[in-house]
Design a protein around this ligand. Structure first.
Ligand code: UDP
Length: 354
């Protein structure tokens, strides 16, 4: 039983669902919690990536963390009791992740966590709380990187009754699998009249940035200023859009609605570089050979920073601008294999089959 609810989870599940479908012994039931629900935050991903239609949709969204997680827990529990899955698969670090893990574990169903072991070491982040608690009650910890494995070992997980398995990252599987298709099917570059290599793609959606006025203003002022030099294109997350609208802050860069995965992959691969607080985008920037200027104080994807593909600048306006300016004309370093070269879902599936 796969439990998803937020955009990055659809993208991760696309890889594994495709792999699961290859094996007649495996039958997948999908629950969509409804955390993300718009056409362009949810449905388009199922359609474009041909993810099987969810068997259940709980339609739970727009609530506080406690209410959302609580309602999900109740809804998922009922379905698990009816369907009696052998194993529950959860992804990443959202409220849907922790609700799925907790519901399953208390019913003594095996829990498998895809993207286990990631840490920002910032307990102010709701995602960090979700990750740590989910890992602790998971039976199979599918780690994307060596860093993730080491994080778990340092926390004593090798003493717990669970299996830690380094699998690689399913997001790389998805990116590699759809890159050609997106090139053929997306017309976003022409539609927005963008010149290849001559614009920056940026996203902002982390609560620590959107819910902190100073941080958000610094980021927006920096993007406004960078936009005077090179066009900045921002597919704006609905939450960020509402906050910017309410605050009345002036934006002079190009704002577009969130786009589907194929358009996104094109926007990334034709950009000069990326500025983002997204976890997934940091990896996709690397996969498509683009620098990422990360507007956060930490990252879970530390190997990108260690190898000089990714630069952590926080929300310091001057640092965002100067780092971006420095990287615009810098050649991207040779890539090393950090995420498994598209074999993660195959590795995970082999464990599920066993
Ligand atoms: N993404 C997308 N369309 C957009 C913005 C992002 O398809 O308009 C994709 C992006 O390429 C990546 C994923 O959504 O695969 C990242 O999701 P998000 O930034 O919402 O979450 P995070 O990765 O930070 O958990």
């Amino acid at each position: 039983m796969t439990i998803v609810g937020a955009r990055p989870q659809f993208i991760k599940a696309a890889a594994l669902s495709r792999e699961i479908a290859k094996h007649a012994q495996l039958n997948e039931i999908i629950i969509h919690t409804g955390q993300h629900f718009d056409e362009n935050m949810s449905e388009i991903f199922f359609r474009e990536m041909e993810i099987p239609k969810p068997n259940y949709n709980l339609n739970i969204n727009g609530l506080s963390h406690g209410a959302m997680t609580g309602q999900m827990l109740e809804g998922i529990e009922k379905i698990i009791v009816d369907e009696k899955p052998d194993i529950v698969l959860i992804y990443g670090d959202t409220n849907s992740t922790i609700a799925g893990a907790l519901a399953a574990k208390k019913l003594h169903i095996k829990v498998a966590h895809v993207e286990a072991g990631l840490r920002s070491f910032n307990m102010q982040m709701p995602e960090e709380i979700n990750r740590i608690l989910t890992d602790r009650i998971s039976d199979y910890l599918f780690c994307p990187t060596d860093t993730a494995v080491n994080n778990l070992k340092k926390e004593g997980f090798d003493q717990f009754d669970c299996e830690i398995i380094k699998t690689g990252d399913v997001m790389e599987d998805t990116a590699l699998f759809y890159s050609k298709k997106s090139e053929e099917l997306s017309d976003i570059i022409d539609k927005l009249k963008l010149n290849k290599g001559d614009y920056i793609l940026a996203t902002i959606h982390r609560a620590e940035n959107t819910d902190n006025e100073d941080n958000l203003n610094n980021i927006i002022e920096a993007l406004n200023q960078v936009n005077n030099q090179i066009q900045v294109v921002v597919p704006l997350h609905p939450r960020t859009k509402n906050i910017i609208k309410q605050s009345g802050v002036k934006v002079n860069f190009t704002v577009i609605d969130p786009v589907g995965y194929f358009d996104m992959i094109q926007l990334i691969s034709c950009s000069n570089l990326i500025i983002s607080d997204s976890g997934g985008l940091q990896k996709e920037a690397f996969i498509f050979g683009k620098y990422c200027v990360t507007i956060r104080e930490q990252t879970e994807w530390i190997e990108l920073v260690q190898n000089h593909y990714n630069f952590i600048v926080g929300t310091n306006k001057e640092l965002i601008i100067s780092t971006t300016q420095k990287l615009i004309d810098t050649i991207f370093p040779e890539k090393i294999d950090l995420y498994g070269n598209g074999k993660a879902s195959n590795n995970i599936c082999n464990v599920l089959l066993k």
